[in-house]
Write a protein that binds this ligand. Structure first.
Ligand code: GLA
Length: 390
């Protein structure tokens, strides 16, 4: 069964109603930000490589009203929790991990001399949590835009992205790249975003063919990138760069890759990064030419590389990809995001969508004992565009 998708307007309405209940005053400020899927280009962003993510039509919405000075009180319906944060303790990580994303962004804005006043805040979400769909980047960018609405002070999009990336690194302890926050802020409706992390240039790639539908399947296994495997992969890439004498793995040529052939795991990691960068370039061509078979094959190839060479998949994700790729009407499938759980995306012929989702869901349930979450997503607008229209 496909999960329902509440509209952005209804999410904002419900955040506003929640904050009115919390504070006893009408909501005065609102902001929202989408989650994202990455079509292809995984674990390449922190290697100065190419990525091709898109924002999705699933959002985190926030509403706020004036609160007690020196304090932020947040009600999150997604977490079914209410927590407070003292504004004079911005640099001591909050006890609740989800609050740290909000805290981290407020702390970053503080360094830009944007001071957050006391606030009551409500958060609602239609982005599945812990699914590798960047609910954390969505929370960061929604907080950034909310803070700008409250204070009337604005940062540039690049500063906003940097503040959110830094918040994630400082407060969640994940040495993440720039992909998630960049796409969540800059995406345009109906477009994927080709981001070159070497010079941080971005270009939109139309991705709204009526013939195609994107299925997101949540394995039901939650990942925690902070557990160390992400940082370990990053450190391995840095070690390989040092061995090869390059600034980043983006520069590695086939000859240099061959020089690592006796380095076991490092050879595998670099093989993934080098081939994944090529797959991103080829995927853009495939999209621009409407070659969906080709795009699907590149996606499935990306999954194999992440599974075998980069070793960031897990058996639940592998099973979902296997179930998807034997279906007629599926062009290709891969894990999306950091890995170790979370979601798989499958590129499906639109008129086969419901049947494909039902069959994968049923077979996964038979094998694992629980049904995966199935979502249909479209390329949506980024936080900048959404918040400008609020
Ligand atoms: C997480 C990180 C991103 C990126 C992906 C893997 O989502 O936040 O920066 O590295 O993993 O592609």
């Amino acid at each position: 069964m496909i999960e329902s998708n509440p509209s952005l307007a209804s999410l904002i309405e419900s955040a506003s109603a929640d904050v009115a209940e919390l504070s006893g005053q009408a909501a005065r400020w609102q902001a929202a930000s989408p989650g994202r899927v990455n079509l292809i280009g995984e674990h390449t962003d922190y290697n100065q490589g190419r990525v091709l993510p898109m924002a999705i039509d699933r959002y985190i919405a926030m509403a706020a009203a004036p609160g007690v000075p020196g304090q932020i009180r947040v009600r999150s319906s997604a977490m079914a929790e209410e927590r407070s944060l003292s504004l004079d303790q911005l640099h001591t990580p909050h006890g609740k991990p989800w609050m740290r994303y909000i805290q981290g962004v407020i702390a970053q804005y503080d360094q830009h001399d944007v001071r957050c006043p006391g606030l009551d805040v409500a958060v609602v979400s239609s982005v599945p949590m812990g699914g590798g769909l960047s609910s954390s980047a969505a929370l960061e960018l929604a907080t950034a835009h909310l803070l700008e609405a409250v204070t009337g002070q604005t940062l540039t999009p690049a500063e906003r992205i940097q503040a959110s990336v830094q918040a994630e690194r400082d407060m969640a302890g994940v040495p993440c790249g720039i992909m998630d926050q960049t796409v969540v802020e800059l995406a345009a409706s109906g477009q994927a975003l080709l981001l070159d992390c070497l010079d941080q240039t971005a270009r939109s790639v139309p991705f709204d063919s009526q013939a195609l539908a994107l299925l997101v399947i949540h394995s039901g296994v939650s990942h925690s990138l902070a557990e160390g495997a992400y940082a370990q992969r990053r450190a391995e890439c840095e070690r390989a760069s040092a061995l090869l004498g390059v600034n980043s793995l983006r520069e590695v040529s086939p000859d240099q890759l061959a020089r690592l052939k006796d380095e076991g795991v490092l050879h595998q990691r670099v093989t993934h990064v080098v081939t994944e960068n090529e797959r991103v370039r080829d995927a853009v061509t495939a999209i621009e030419q409407g070659c969906w078979d080709r795009l699907g094959a590149l996606m499935t190839g990306s999954h194999r590389s992440l599974r075998d060479d980069y070793e960031v998949s897990c058996r639940e994700l592998d099973l979902l990809v296997e179930l998807a790729t034997v279906e007629r009407g599926v062009y290709g499938a891969r894990m999306t995001g950091g890995g170790f759980g979370g979601c798989v995306i499958a590129l499906v012929e639109t008129d086969q969508f419901e049947g494909v989702a039902d069959r994968i869901s049923g077979q996964y349930n038979d094998r694992m004992g629980w049904a995966p979450g199935c979502y249909r997503v479209q390329a949506g607008a980024g936080a900048r565009e959404i918040c400008a229209a609020l």
